[in-house]
Structures are given as C-alpha cells and as structure tokens.
Design a protein around this ligand. Structure first.
Ligand SMILES: Nc1ncnc2c1ncn2[C@@H]1O[C@H](COP(=O)(O)OP(=O)(O)OP(=O)(O)O)[C@@H](O)[C@H]1O
Length: 349
C-alpha cells in the first residue's frame, strides 16, 4: 500500500457522559493537531501521535478535507482508495460517515459520504473534455460473514470472486450507473432504507454489521482510447466492542465473535501491508474475512487508505477507546525516528 492515513476523532460528550464527575470526565488531553495524552481506567498515561486528531469541536468539513478529499481525487484519476470508520458502538462512526442523514441535513453537518459524492461529481464536471466518465454504485452489508445487497434485498448471499482484468468482483451485485450527486444520494438513501428493513427482518442492529459503499469510476480517454478505473470504497464498520465485555450470550455472542474476527482480519491485513516488506513471501491474509476480501483491491497495490478511529472522549468508555486507538496504531506506517524504524511513535509514560 503506497499511502495510509490514520486519524482519531473524539465526538462531543453525551449528556450522560457530561454528568460523570471523575477526572473532569474526559480521557484525552490535546497536545496539538497530531498528538494527545490519553489516560486509561487505571490513570496510566499514553501519548498518541497519529496523522491528525479531530477533537470534540472538529467540523465535518475539516474531516473531509484532510481524510477523504485526496483519496476521492485519486480515485477519479484511477487510483483505488478506501475510507474506513472504526470504533465502538456510539463512538461516532455513522455520524462521521453519513452525518445526521444523507439527504436532508444542512451543509455543516453533512458527513464524509455525501461530501465524497458531491466532490466526485464536481471534479468530474470540471475535468477536461478529453475524458468521459461513468460512475457505478453498489452498496452491501456484511452480517455474520454473509454479504447482502442493499440495493436489492433479495440478493442475500453475494459471492466474492476474482478475475484477472477486473480484480475482486461481487458476483451479481446491483451496480447502478449514477450521473450526478442527486442521483447517487437517492440510491444511497434507498440502500440505507433497505438496511433498516433488513434489520427489522433479521431482528438485528445496524451496529452489528459492516456497511460498504462502493463506487467504480471509469475514465475513457477520447484522445488515446485509454481506460482507467478507480474503485473507491467507504466502510462504516460494525462496533468494535469485545465479545467478553458485552456479557452477550447465544446469537448476540456469535455476532460479537464474528465481528471481532473480521476486525482482527482487517487489522492483520493493514498491518501486513504497512509492515514494510514488499517481498512475495509477505503473505497478505485477505481471505480471512469477507470484509478484507471485498477490500482487497482497494487496500493492496498502488492504493490509498484512510482509517478514522472514532472515540468517545469520556472516561466511562476509556478501555474501549484505548483498544480503538491501539488498533489505529497497528495500522500506521512505520516511521523512522533517529535512524530506527518504529511501527508507531506511541509512548507509555
Ligand atoms: N462529531 C459529532 N458531533 C456531534 N454529535 C456526534 C458526533 N459524533 C457522534 N455524535 C452523536 O453521537 C451519537 C452516536 O454516534 P453514531 O451513531 O455515529 O455512533 P456509531 O459509532 O455509528 O454507533 P453504531 O455502531 O451504533 O452505529 C449520535 O447521537 C450522534 O449524533
């Protein structure tokens, strides 16, 4: 992977969290735009440095500009990209990805997904006359290792295939051609409404499934007939809370275990990609989960990825936030500090 960005975002505290009197109620103390000091349940302190930290007062626009805009631009130019929100349930993944609603929310609150859609069509319409673009949209949900088509709920078990020319394919998945942002947003709303219907049918919560928005952007050059294709995938992951902490039993426990397995598969894949070795011996375990298999093209090769670690700033959720941040640190590219290569520059104090 040529480029990976890892950021953290602390959402504002909820009213319940505001009432927590311990240690001012917050577990992170900002140092600057990349660094903060984190205090865990035992009051041990850790200094975290990431590519960017978005604190409680950060805007959706700032998040988009730093994290998503460069990846969207590259995707329009044929470079695959992935944007992922990670974190425990209620940490702000969906708010960051969608905002309060895809369609009917004001400009200020709009999340990454509608901003990416607007930005993509803006870039396409401002491009020169020598290229013709087509954009296709698919939307799937991964629940209990089954891939479900959110644009056609009758396709409840989509198979993942690979082909030499097109790479990873979701066999038979609905791909709708979209020619402007209004059309794309309309389909995304349909997909989200279907997701809610599916939840009721299966008696599950959306926080227990991964949701992936897939854009395939094809650029046909009028001049030299060259065709470039960029795949851009946005993923709102299932909540990352640990199975043993939820006190779950039966199906809920199975759900939690399946989610944990796929999230650790994702961590292992990104870790393998960023651990530096480009030799053939460096096996990338894409096949360990449906999630990593779907993301294979958008993560491997000459691609870009941004991971947003969504965090509660509250001491009430400190241990979950610490594991979210540790996941993020595993995904960072090694950094060379004073001649030594570090996986990250996290330090325990
Ligand atoms: N940056 C933010 N600014 C304002 N409110 C936020 C922000 N982030 C999250 N929230 C609010 O916090 C609550 C939880 O956020 P959200 O639903 O996005 O969490 P989540 O991680 O997606 O949870 P789940 O896994 O259940 O989907 C929501 O009420 C949301 O509006």
């Amino acid at each position: 992977m040529s480029n990976v960005t890892v950021c953290a975002r602390f959402r504002p505290r909820s009213s319940k969290e505001m009432r927590d009197p311990s240690r001012d109620g917050v577990c992170a103390r900002p140092i600057d735009a990349e660094t903060f000091v984190f205090q865990d349940d035992k009051e041990d302190e850790f200094t975290f440095s990431l590519d960017r930290v978005f604190y409680e007062d950060s805007t959706q626009a700032a998040l988009y500009d730093f994290l998503a805009l460069p990846i969207m631009r590259d995707a329009v130019n044929g470079i695959n990209g992935t944007i992922i929100t990670y974190g425990q349930t209620g940490a702000g993944k969906t708010y960051s990805m969608e905002g309060p609603g895809i369609h009917d929310c004001d400009d200020h609150n709009k999340g990454l997904l509608p901003r990416v859609v607007h930005g993509m069509f803006e870039q396409i319409s401002s491009s020169n006359d020598f290229a013709r673009y087509t954009v296709q949209l698919s939307m799937v949900e991964i629940y209990m290792e089954k891939v479900r088509d959110l644009l056609d709920l009758s396709k409840a078990n989509i198979q993942i295939k690979e082909n030499k020319t097109q790479g990873i394919l979701l066999s038979g998945v609905t791909e709708v051609p979209v020619s402007d942002s209004a059309e794309a947003l309309q389909h995304l709303c349909t997909g989200l409404a279907n997701r809610a219907v599916g939840e009721t049918q299966m008696n599950m919560s959306s926080s227990r499934s991964h949701c992936a928005y897939l854009f395939t952007i094809q650029q046909d050059s009028v001049k030299d007939k060259r065709v470039k294709t960029g795949k851009l995938i946005l993923v709102d992951l299932a909540g990352s809370e640990k199975a043993d902490k939820t006190g779950a039993e039966g199906r809920v426990l199975e759900e939690a275990k399946t989610i944990n397995k796929s999230l650790s598969a994702l961590g292992n894949v990104i870790n393998a990609l960023t651990s530096g070795s480009s030799s053939k011996a460096n096996h990338i375990p894409y096949r360990d989960s449906k999630l990593t298999r779907i993301l294979q093209d958008a993560l491997g090769g000459n691609s870009r990825m941004a991971l947003l670690c969504c965090c509660s700033p509250s001491t009430l959720n400190a241990s979950e936030t610490l594991s979210t941040l540790r996941f993020g640190m595993r995904c960072l590219l090694p950094i060379t500090v004073q001649g030594k290569t570090h996986k990250s520059i996290t330090t325990c104090q």
